[in-house]
Design a binder for this molecule. Structure first.
Ligand code: NAP
Ligand code: F7E
Length: 347
């Protein structure tokens, strides 16, 4: 049975990658920094799967990484863990460099010290292109990161290239452009918008504060992007790959499409709050994924409008369920029924 080790398994991509690899028959090992599996809500649905094993650790703890990799002897390692919020990286540059940059090096070093030779995937980012020198951006476009996060990712990227060349490691780097889903963190702009729309429709929120609406991003659908990660590790030769849709849209277009989907005019709800404007911005991202198409046979399937709609619909459904659950809990309490919290088994 093939074994994979995923750092960041509790995040958006890690949880989709775990779904994908388990469906392919892998034994999946994941790094988690929470001792309580109940808090890892994105992988709750996998908690009874006997082929999922969680290991307690942190990307800042080199010894723990070494011990886990040495014990698991994985065939594939996916380094997805990171402090991944660009805005936050301006307030926490040291922490971001330590986790997002040095963390990648610690995983690479743990692999080489452990004596096993797994194939390695590094979650690189279009944020490395930053103040772009050309459009669209490809594997050949020079980096010009614009945030501590982008700089940390560029470090992790070049470390991956270096371990590929100096240790003959099958190490690949996916330069992924923005990808979203109903599991996207709520502090990222797409999910912040779609969640707010659900609450506005339900009368629970009356406005939405955002920052720069002019920034343009190349937004794809996360479950499709984790397939590309896996495909990179199935190639005879390691390499770097841009993964993107090739379409670019502004934050304003995302807002308008999302509000329009539920029949609301966004102008009546969106306010600009300078606290969400970054000291330096990445104005335009649009990727050229022709290498991935040619070598991996990978293509994006979900287009912008469908992505926006599916995220809005998912947040509307989730809120409806939450409201129904809380009403059910309320009626149980009135009947003096004491609900036991469900015990979550160790995953
Ligand atoms: P995410 O949802 O923010 O998940 C980040 C993961 O990293 C979580 O599992 C988090 O664990 C974990 N983590 C954070 N700090 C850690 C630490 N010190 N030690 C161990 N684990 C730690 O990110 P994502 O959207 O899935 O993205 C996955 C990776 O791809 C990240 O490296 C991100 O930078 C990169 N990336 C993302 C995109 C995108 O558009 N989504 C594009 C390009 C690259 P907790 O659950 O405990 O917080
Ligand atoms: O911002 C603007 C903001 O935080 C997108 C991460 O996954 O993708 C992500 O980084 C744009 C920016 O994503 C708000 O200024 C406006 O221009 O959703 P975001 P990001 O910064 O592009 C890359 C590829 C990664 O690698 C990262 O890990 O939206 N924006 N108003 C806002 N952004 C946020 N978060 N909140 C706002 O209120």
């Amino acid at each position: 049975m093939r074994r994979a080790f995923i750092t960041g398994i509790t995040g958006q991509d890690g949880s989709y990658l775990a779904d994908f690899l388990l469906a392919k028959g892998y034994e999946v090992h994941g790094l988690t920094r929470t001792e309580s599996p109940a808090r890892a809500d994105r992988i709750q649905h996998l908690r009874d799967n006997p082929r999922l094993v969680l290991h307690f650790g942190d990307l800042c703890d080199a010894m723990a990484l070494y011990r886990i990799i040495h014990k698991v002897q994985p065939h594939e390692v996916y380094n997805l863990a990171a402090q991944s919020h660009v805005g936050l990286s301006f307030d926490s540059p040291d922490h971001t460099a330590n986790v997002t940059g040095m963390g990648a090096l610690r995983v690479l070093e743990a692999i080489t010290q452990s004596g096993c030779k797994p194939r390695f995937y590094q979650a690189s980012s279009s944020e490395m292109f930053g103040k772009v020198v050309e459009a669209p951006q490809s594997e050949r476009t020079p980096f010009y990161p614009r945030s501590p996060y982008g700089v940390a990712k560029a470090f992790g990227h070049w470390m991956t290239v270096n371990y590929r060349e100096s240790h003959s490691l099958h190490a690949s780097s996916g330069i992924l452009f923005n990808h979203e889903s109903p599991r996207r963190g709520e502090a990222f702009v797409t999910r912040k918008i779609t969640k707010a729309i659900a609450r506005i429709k339900a009368g629970m929120q009356h406005s939405l504060a955002l920052g720069n609406l002019d920034a343009r991003r190349d937004w794809g659908f996360a479950p499709e992007y984790v397939e590309a990660m896996w495909l990179m590790l199935q190639q005879d030769q390691p390499g770097d790959y841009v993964i993107a849709t090739g379409e670019t849209h502004s934050v304003r277009e995302f807002v308008a499409t999302a509000f329009d989907h539920v029949g609301l005019d966004w102008h009546a709800f969106v306010v600009i709050d300078p606290k969400f404007i970054r000291p330096t911005e990445v104005d335009l991202l649009v990727g050229d994924a022709s290498k991935a198409r040619r070598v991996l046979g990978w293509e994006p399937r979900t287009r912008f409008v469908d992505l926006v709609r599916l995220m809005v619909d998912a947040d509307m459904d989730a809120l409806e369920e939450e409201v129904a659950r809380s009403q059910w809990g309320e009626s149980c309490r009135t009947e003096k029924f004491v609900e036991q919290p469900q015990l979550v088994s160790q995953v």
